[in-house]
Design a protein around this ligand. Structure first.
Ligand code: SF4
Ligand code: SF4
Length: 350
């Protein structure tokens, strides 16, 4: 860990074992009456290690107490399960206790129930010149980034950076991060509906009457829109990206989002229910460490570095040996992620 990292951790993070106590210390860069979106993960259907909703309830209560209007959200995902379609995801949220009645504010899907309510924002990095994210980014006044810190099979760990990246990304952007795509058709599932052809930005897909779509892979730009939008899940998702590139793409997406929301956001990492895999996977997960509590701040990179330090870098490496998670931190520093970070010192606070 660099000396500079250590200094920023000390300056920009607040440690508490209890989320309610932590919130009392936090300052909010919002104005009274602002609409504030709480980004969190309510767990895949069948997942056992997701954060129980009472933490989110505390956050919502805090936001209401300072005079803003909260809404809780997540985005649709690429793979099959209980969160691919918005309506299913809302049902999964409810099953896990994330309801308007319990939390005290609406629970919504940031990229729309059909996953199509997205916008393209500038990135200007080596992998992404732009990134596609939930349109909610444009529709609220500020954010509360609430991240369950976990291990992750491809990223090594997932914290605030991953929550801002995958968590805001459209389904197509999620795929762009995960793989160099060339779609592969499963004819048994395809109904020849033409949705893929309509959404393809490069004209790589053609569909003649009474036939299956055909894909010109020389024209394909690997945007993954067709895979994300196929209503029959007839297009195969390929996961063959090299792991360093995945880390970099993850960071670039987060950096592009943070550039827009950094001045009007606060963050909390939950270091509880610590398991080796993220909450996207169904089934029970063993805890690899006892609960450490909550850590809050105004800079996702500092918050993740502090979380890694609290858990122990060796322990993180042991969760998924060979996954170069360090690249996430190193690359975030290289591309100047911190320059995009919000600072509560620049804002008027409630
Ligand atoms: S969107 Fe899916 S189901 Fe429709 S034509 Fe394309 S591959 Fe087939
Ligand atoms: S990945 Fe993108 S460019 Fe390639 S066929 Fe699908 S929609 Fe078209």
């Amino acid at each position: 860990m660099k000396e500079n990292d250590q200094k920023l951790i000390t300056e920009h993070t607040l440690h508490r074992t209890d989320v309610k106590e932590l919130l009392k210390l936090m300052k909010a860069p919002y104005k009274r009456g602002d609409r504030i979106a709480v980004k969190l993960h309510w767990g895949e259907r069948g997942n056992h290690s997701f954060l129980p909703p009472f933490y989110a309830k505390e956050i919502v209560a805090w936001l209401l107490s300072i005079g803003v209007n909260p809404v809780v959200f997540d985005t649709t995902v690429l793979y099959s399960g209980g969160r691919r379609q918005g309506a299913d995801s809302i049902a999964t949220a409810a099953r896990h206790g994330y309801t308007k009645e319990y939390l005290g504010c609406p629970v919504i899907i940031g990229d729309g129930l059909d996953g199509k309510d997205t916008i393209e924002i500038d990135a200007g990095f080596k992998h992404f010149k732009s990134v596609q994210v939930a349109a909610l980014l444009d529709r609220v006044d500020g954010f509360f980034i609430f991240s369950h810190f976990t291990g992750h099979m491809a990223a090594g760990f997932g914290g605030a950076i991953k929550n801002i990246s995958m968590g805001f990304a459209s389904r197509a952007q999620k795929q762009r991060m995960h793989a160099d795509v060339s779609p592969e058709l499963n004819r048994e599932k395809c109904t020849a509906c033409g949705v893929c052809m309509e959404c393809c930005p490069s004209g790589a897909i053609t569909l003649s009457e009474g036939e299956f779509p055909s894909f010109n892979l020389d024209m394909c730009i690997g945007c993954a829109q067709c895979i994300a939008m196929c209503p029959q899940e007839a297009l195969k998702v390929l996961w063959g990206t090299d792991k360093m590139k995945f880390q970099e793409r993850l960071v670039e997406t987060a950096a592009a989002v943070w550039r827009i929301i950094g001045e009007k956001s606060v963050l909390v990492n939950a270091l509880v229910s610590l398991s080796a895999e993220c909450d996207c996977l169904p089934g029970p997960r063993e805890r690899f460490l006892d609960d450490l509590g909550f850590i809050g701040g105004y800079d996702p990179l500092s918050l993740d570095v502090a979380s890694l330090q609290m858990i122990g870098e060796k322990r993180i490496s042991s969760l998924h040996p060979g996954v170069p998670w360090q690249r996430q931190i190193q690359y975030a520093n290289e591309i100047g992620f911190r320059k995009n970070s919000g600072s509560n010192e620049k804002n008027d606070f409630i």
